[in-house]
Design a binder for this molecule. Structure first.
Ligand SMILES: [Fe+2]
Length: 300
């Protein structure tokens, strides 16, 4: 029986050891449908030590502040991102991470060439397991770095990316819900998420028992399917983690949800959810693509 520690075979030209270790059978059965565990070799990596992360955070604050988010003191799982304003600069917040009650995410770290190389190596390991056809679905790939204070909560949310969360330092517990559990995550919430409000999905505490509660320790990782709800509770330790993820093309799902949003809210009809009628999905994808083109926005 295979385990998460199985090392994927590498092409002859690839001399380095793989950094991300994914069981092929788990990947084949669950990818983008249900979360599954994996392992990695990123613990102790110099790019993921706090002094280097402080440098990355400082550069990000100066050159692309929209890619930096941090707050402190949030304890409500349902709190909406962006409502807690940081009081001190990010580098100082990280230096005080033991006591700051902070949560910091540095998005698109691959803008720094060193992190771009790290992302490339991790994606190469993923594509070695998935097969190269997966790359056709990737609009762009990215690596996000997370630092959180002891006992800090990462509030309930869904992501627009398909991701692999890799725990580098500290232990935390993540509650993972199914992407297709419509008691937990309604069609209306997903339509709003893709169209008008990235904070639309709301945590329903009475349905916490629908979650799979997984403990992440250093060296472990978990695949989080696109739009699968989750929230995180850090243990009594500083946590460092990275997410290796990719955005899909809007035509694959976002355009369908956007058209459904307008059908429901402007025309008052109950639209057919995506992935049930190929013909309806085709029409919605096409209209959505034309709409995006007319607005002059990328098809993303
Ligand atoms: Fe997430």
């Amino acid at each position: 029986m295979s385990s998460v520690l199985d090392v994927p075979s590498q092409p002859a030209s690839q001399s380095r050891q793989p950094l991300v270790l994914i069981d092929r059978e788990k990947f084949r059965q669950n990818f983008n449908k249900w979360h599954f565990m994996l392992s990695h070799r990123l613990c102790g990596h110099p790019l993921l030590a706090l002094p280097r992360i402080i440098e990355l955070a400082r550069d990000t604050a100066l050159t692309r502040p929209d890619d930096l988010y941090y707050d402190s003191g949030v304890t409500d799982i349902n709190e909406r991102w962006g409502t807690s304003q940081p009081a001190v600069p990010v580098d100082e917040t990280i230096r005080r991470i033991e006591t700051a009650g902070a949560w910091i995410v540095i998005k698109r770290a691959e803008e720094d060439p060193a992190y771009a190389k790290l992302l490339g190596d991790c994606m190469s390991d993923l594509l070695e397991v998935s097969g190269p056809e997966l790359e056709r679905h990737m609009r762009y790939k990215k690596i996000d770095v997370f630092v959180s204070s002891p006992n800090r909560v990462t509030t309930y949310h869904i992501d627009s990316e398909s991701g692999f969360l890799l725990q580098v330092a500290g232990t935390k517990e993540i509650s993972l819900f199914r992407y297709d559990d419509r008691d937990v995550l309604t069609e209306e919430e997903i339509e709003q998420f893709w169209t008008v409000d990235r904070n639309a999905p709301r945590y329903k505490p009475q349905l916490q028992h629908h979650a799979d509660e997984v403990t992440l320790e250093p060296g472990m990782g978990v695949h989080i399917p696109i739009n699968a709800p989750h929230w995180v509770k850090n243990a009594n330790n500083v946590s460092i983690a990275v997410s290796i993820n990719y955005h899909v093309w809007a035509s694959e799902r976002a355009n369908i949800y956007r058209i459904n949003y307008y059908l429901r809210n402007k025309l008052g009809v109950t639209p057919t959810p995506p992935f049930r009628s190929p013909a309806r999905d085709f029409v919605k994808r096409s209209i959505g693509t034309v709409y995006q083109t007319m607005r002059g926005t990328p098809n993303a």
